[in-house]
Design a protein. Structure first.
Length: 168
């Protein structure tokens, strides 16, 4: 009986920690994202296959996220040749719950990259799939959808993308 209890305890312990492993790790496949654009049309991350994609999780109620939008705009402009060449894209995933606020922020910052949301705030299945606990949060994936970096900002993010394209 003691052996059974020991074995049972080990299985529970091992199962618990296996279940706690993160899905959002460098080298792993990024979970699919399929959400609505501001015009209501559906958009899927998988449609960007072949491109390096910066997935930027943000919200209009998040001051650091809002503060980061001009930096992302500059990044998008810096890599505009890669954008035009179908090699790079930014996918903005908003955790807002108010469509009007979200649209106003897109207009105010002149955001040209793809924006999607389900307007479910923290209850978005995408927030759960990407294990988001705070904003801003981002993930960079390669053309095969493999995570190559996460939660880089400012100069570190720009250097990663620059180095990715200059090493090819």
């Amino acid at each position: 009986m003691r052996a059974f209890i020991t074995l049972f305890s080990i299985l529970i312990f091992t199962g618990y920690f296996t279940a706690q492993q993160s899905k959002i790790e460098i080298g792993q496949q990024a979970p699919e994202i399929t959400l609505s654009r501001t015009d209501g049309s559906s958009f899927s991350l998988s449609s960007l296959k072949g491109k390096v994609v910066l997935i930027d999780f943000w919200a209009t109620w998040c001051a650091p996220c809002v503060g980061e939008q001009p930096e992302l705009k500059a990044l998008y402009e810096t890599f505009s040749e890669q954008v035009k060449g179908q090699k790079f894209e930014i996918l903005g995933v908003s955790l807002d719950k108010n469509k009007e606020s979200w649209q106003k922020a897109i207009d105010r910052f002149g955001i040209k990259w793809i924006q999607v949301s389900d307007l479910k705030f923290w209850k978005s299945p995408v927030a759960k799939a990407y294990e988001i606990e705070e904003l801003p949060f981002n993930v960079v994936i390669n053309g095969e959808g493999i995570i190559i970096a996460k939660n880089l900002h400012g100069k570190e993010l720009e250097e990663l993308i620059y180095n990715y394209f200059t090493s090819k």
